[in-house]
Design a protein around this ligand. Structure first.
Ligand SMILES: [Zn+2]
Length: 53
C-alpha cells in the first residue's frame, strides 16, 4: 500500500478500490466490471436523493 509503482499505471476501482491496470490511457478503467459501475452509480444517486430530503 505504501509504495506505488509509477511505471505501472493503475487506478483504484471506484467501488472496491482494487487497482486496475490502465491499458489504454485514452479510455481509463474506473471499475473492475460493469456491476461495480452500476453499484457506484446507484449508491451515488441514492446518496443524492437522501441528501436532498
Ligand atoms: Zn471494483
Amino acid at each position: 500500500m505504501g509504495g506505488l509503482d509509477v511505471k505501472v499505471r493503475t487506478k483504484p476501482c471506484k467501488w472496491c478500490g482494487r487497482p486496475l491496470k490502465q491499458g489504454r490511457w485514452w479510455r481509463p478503467k474506473r471499475y473492475c466490471n460493469r456491476w461495480h459501475a452500476v453499484k457506484y452509480r446507484v449508491v451515488s444517486v441514492v446518496a443524492n436523493v437522501l441528501d436532498s430530503i
